[in-house]
Design a binder for this molecule. Sequence first.
Ligand code: SAH
Length: 349
Amino acid sequence: MWYNTNPMQDIKDFNLLGLEQLLLSWKSNSYHAKQIFSWIYQKGARDFNQMSDLPLDLRKRLKENFYLFGFDLAKLLSSRDGTEKFLFALKDKNFIEAVSIPAEERITGCISTQAGCRFSCYFCASGTLGFKRNLTSGEILEEVLYLKNNSKEKKITHLVFMGTGEPLDNYDHVLAAIRIINSPDAFNIGARRITISTCGIIPAVKKLSKEGLQIELSISLHAANDKTRSRLLPINKKYPLADLMAACREYIKNTDRQITFEYVLIKNINSALPDARNLSKMIRGLNCKVNLIPCNTIEEQKVEPPNKLEILLFRDCLLKTGVNVTLRRPRGQDIEAACGQLRLKYEKS
Ligand code: SAH
């Protein structure tokens, strides 16, 4: 059986159907799959031995073949504002980060999808270390599980795929993880509370529009002309703005969902009033909103946010032209958990 070729496989790489098939191939009962799911994703089991409603021999066999957790916590940083950043060492000694951002009675988890990133955006620290590899769906789920198990009082209600990496460059694993995050048998986090953020991989945006998922899509736009956008996001040379906007229109039509455009404001690059006017013109008529994010300073890249006045003028220009716009202030800056350090912005200012 292919399941047994690797004696130490991550059980979280299995979806419910896969687990049911595994159990049947072991001449066990497929209904144990739901129990296993519940132990892992709902009851926070740390060991197969804890799964007390499973037959003993099944627990033993699971333990011989699978592991439940593969990460080592390399570092935990806590911010004054309650944000916590986890640095995990993966089994192959690559490192990834996940962030927990508390608001009143809920927590938003910010999740990485790749070790490193291959897109080298001008203002983002992730690309500077290069690309290592895609995360498996089990690893993506382990980030969520870790945040969940770590937080005693508040529940994780929202997830944003805005950590390191490009989610749509690791499409299959991210989608497999999302289906489990969304499943009532596992985390049961509503699709509308899950956000994928992308630099604009057009074929993947098109594919996503046909998945029948109610998730939120954010497009990292950051410029309204190709010259500036290609400078900020080199991927724009492959997927230029006109094509990206066409893909967004198609996405909105296919899903009947609103898109969010993320716009990181960077001094002397994309934050002048003509930029705001171009942006407004470009997205006119689209069912969308714009999220303005004053950039976090990244020393190596020499990017700085504009001053407060310039930020407000930019926002007001969008407002006046009827754009649905929010201005966000970053969280976790003192622990480098903020966007581009570990890009994270999650509270309305
Ligand atoms: N690759 C995906 C997701 C990771 S980045 C994407 O590009 O969307 C998540 C968000 O953080 C993106 O909108 C990204 O543009 C933003 N970001 C990156 N560096 C930043 C910085 N220095 N300041 C503010 N936001 C930043």
